[in-house]
Design a protein around this ligand. Structure first.
Ligand SMILES: [Fe+2]
Ligand SMILES: [Fe+2]
Length: 277
């Protein structure tokens, strides 16, 4: 599958990002916290894949890498707009984006290129399995304005479309042997803990700074979101574990039929702002 770079603008409005999630402020800021990670995260993914670009002989994979870079750059740009609105609402978005940048710069400075790429492919699997949920369970984005829901669905669709690109680059440069397996599996364990830890930390900072949140209001509904309705964590468990099969490939789970949702998202992005409500 060759991904396609789509230059879409979702033009979110300030009121799209209030307490938008139907399951309360904890869930709202949990999802907003992911957005805070994305601009720097996407740049890190691009950096780690681009490093190996010259080592790819397969023209189809070369084309896919170019599209992967284009898609991630567009995601970064749209999430920058999302995060700017969070900052305009008085939330510490800039500080938390800067925190993510420092963290990822540290990885770039300290990790060998292969380990950096292994973090990217782990994160790409994680985002692809979350994307599956976003596209198949409306409760993930319940309460979102059409424009905000479309942004998350567009990001999810393109994560599925390009889910194997970084993985195929990794296979090309690292092969399929034991060392490649150990590195990618170890990275998945550390990346999962690191990513969830960062997102929960950012969520707490957003909640603390949000004048509309009182005490632990909505915490019970957040636990419900994580464990029961829709049950984010138990539903991610099996697809997450699939990554540890030695012969795993992202397209073992063929969910390309979901990409039929793309045209609705593109149409939504192209609607004039005033008609979006
Ligand atoms: Fe992305
Ligand atoms: Fe991605």
């Amino acid at each position: 599958m060759i991904p396609i770079r789509r230059n879409l603008h979702f033009r979110l409005r300030p009121h799209d990002l209030g307490h938008w999630h139907a399951q309360g402020p904890y869930v709202t800021h949990f999802i907003n916290a992911m957005s805070l990670f994305f601009p720097e995260g996407e740049r890190y993914f691009i950096h780690s894949v681009r490093h190996y670009r010259d080592r790819i002989a397969d023209p189809a994979l070369q084309t896919a890498v170019t599209a992967f870079i284009g898609q991630e750059a567009m995601h970064g740009r749209e999430h920058e707009d999302y995060n700017r609105l969070l900052a305009q609402a008085g939330l510490p978005a800039k500080e938390l984006e800067a925190h993510a940048a420092r963290f990822l710069d540290l990885l770039k400075a300290r990790l060998p290129a292969a380990a950096q790429l292994s973090v990217t492919i782990a994160q790409e699997h994680f985002t692809a399995i979350m994307a599956q949920l976003v596209l198949t369970d409306p409760r993930l984005t319940a309460g979102a304005d059409k424009r905000l829901a479309a942004l998350w669905r567009w990001h999810a669709l393109e994560e599925i479309e390009h889910k194997a690109v970084a993985f195929d680059v990794y296979r090309t440069v690292m092969g399929r042997g034991a060392a490649a397996y150990v590195l990618r599996s170890g990275s998945m364990l550390l990346t999962t803990v690191g990513f969830l830890g960062l997102v929960l930390f950012y969520q707490q900072q957003l909640l603390k700074a949000d004048p509309q949140v009182r005490g632990a209001q909505g915490f019970g509904r957040f636990l419900d979101f994580l464990f029961r309705t829709p049950g984010l964590l138990p539903r991610l468990a099996l697809p997450w574990l699939a990554y540890f099969r030695p012969g795993f490939h992202p397209w073992d789970h063929d969910n390309r039929h979901l990409l039929t949702q793309m045209s609705a998202v593109v149409t939504q992005a192209q609607r004039p702002v005033l008609q979006a409500a």
